[in-house]
Design a protein around this ligand. Structure first.
Ligand code: EPZ
Length: 418
């Protein structure tokens, strides 16, 4: 079992180039299944979740190969439309392949993706939308069995919550459906726009992505395309939080400031100096960070991203004052706080609220990553602590961060993988 060994106390200083976005590459890989031509995907991050998605594509008859950060997907000739339990369980967001399967097949079966470290991951909104599009769905023994009598047809769908996955899944099912599909209360995350842009390059007719109302006109078929995935805005928030918490300065290339504007404005309130460069962000963190006066509420985009909650909390652990977090997206996304308290942090969790009282010192400890972003937050806390921190179960971290220790070493961190 690998672990990360972090020696804290060093200020960070250096430059990195951001990895491609996991949460954009995953739905785009699923979208490639809909294409009848070859797709070439650049800036694809080297992550275990990405390789899990490629195994699903290969199990469906595609030929998905990687060369560095470029993925090549040759379309499948087969009409096989079944994803095994094992493959579905490998990656929590594997349900994104259901929309793509429905875009091409009248019958398909996948197993329920199941819960994850953040709590249950229901797919009720996904399935309700597919049923409205003419899919007969039966759920039994953990399986989701889908049947379409004629062809999936467009319809008007109003999401009860702007679910990212449900919005993406509906888009994948709608691009080859009969007629027009309207998604009201759609998710507005930048990754939705990236997916829509990829699909348009392949010939899809999509408008309104990035807004709450997306309109998709079904087409007969999609060709292939060559596309470059957007950079990972959550990885950007992670490395900015690392510099803010540990102190120092850095340039993060290929960062898109607008994609994480709510995070940047809070980081600015801590007293960090932040400047936008041509294709990146410069950040400098000097004295002790100021605590955030207003409540930090995680919200759907363009609100503060839930994926940045843990890493920003880490940066504030030694701030001067009290900050209050409110996690509104996932049921249990404070599992990282136990490890932080073991390192000397002062955090009180009451339901969806976490009260963080800045302390003067943190101490290295042996901790276990609980989930993807929580694990990264523990690494940041380790950089801020005196002594050595060992973070185990880093398979969680490797799901979303490309060689996190290499990136942090480029910023001058004393960290190694064992
Ligand atoms: C995507 O997950 C991201 N994953 C998550 O990133 C991110 O935290 C989340 O969006 C919110 O931004 C990928 O893109 C691969 P949701 P997703 O559907 O699609 C509930 C990371 O760290 N819900 O917007 O699963 C759901 O339980 C990961 O990179 C239903 O109740 O998020 C959750 O509470 C973690 N029924 C809320 O909505 C449904 O049918 C938001 O979920 C669907 C969702």
């Amino acid at each position: 079992m690998q672990k990360l060994i972090v020696h804290g106390g060093t200020k960070l200083r250096g430059e990195i180039e951001l990895q491609g976005s996991k949460n954009s590459a995953l739905p785009i890989l699923a979208a490639a299944y809909l294409c009848s031509g070859k797709c070439v995907l650049h800036n694809c991050p080297k992550l275990t979740d990405i390789y899990a998605a490629s195994r699903i594509l290969n199990s469906l008859g595609c030929k998905c190969t990687f060369s560095g950060n470029t993925a090549e997907i040759i379309p499948s000739e087969s009409d096989y439309a079944f994803i095994s339990d094992e493959l579905m369980r490998e990656m929590r967001s594997s349900i994104i392949f259901l929309g793509a399967l429905l875009g091409r097949h009248k019958k398909c079966t996948v197993s329920y993706p199941g819960g994850c470290e953040l709590g249950p991951r229901p797919i009720d909104m996904h399935l309700a939308a597919f049923r409205k599009m003419g899919v007969e769905i039966s759920e039994n023994f953990g399986k989701v069995v889908c049947n379409v009598r004629k062809k999936v047809h467009g319809t008007k769908i109003s999401l009860a919550f702007p679910s990212v996955g449900a919005t993406e899944n509906i888009m994948l099912c709608a691009v080859l459906a009969e007629g027009e599909t309207i998604i009201n209360n759609a998710a507005r995350e930048p990754e939705i726009q990236d997916l829509a842009e990829f699909l348009r390059r392949c010939g899809a007719k999509i408008k309104g992505d990035g807004e709450s109302r997306i309109v998709i006109e079904g087409v007969e078929k999609l060709g292939g395309c060559e596309y470059s995935v957007m950079s990972d805005r959550i990885a950007c928030a992670t490395y900015l939080s690392a510099v803010a918490g540990a102190g120092g300065e850095a340039i993060i290339h290929k960062a898109c400031l607008n994609c994480i504007e709510p995070f940047i404005s809070l980081l600015d309130q801590t007293g960090c100096s932040i400047y936008t460069l041509d294709e990146g962000i410069y950040v400098r963190s000097g004295l002790r960070l100021k605590a955030i006066e207003s409540c930090i509420r995680t919200m759907p985009h363009p609100g503060f991203p839930t994926d940045a909650q843990a890493v920003f909390m880490a940066a504030l652990l030694k701030s001067d004052g009290t900050s209050v977090f409110e996690e509104n997206i996932f049921d249990c996304r404070y599992r990282h706080t136990d490890a932080m308290k073991k390192m000397g942090a002062d955090i009180k969790v009451i339901g969806k609220t976490a009260v963080v009282q800045g302390v003067d010192r943190l101490y290295g400890a042996n901790v276990e990553a609980t989930d993807l972003r929580g694990g990264a937050a523990m690494v940041i806390a380790g950089l801020m602590a005196e002594g050595t921190t060992e973070v185990s179960k880093i398979c969680y971290i490797d799901r979303g961060y490309e060689e996190i220790e290499v990136y942090l070493r480029k910023l001058g961190a004393d960290i190694r993988r064992e």
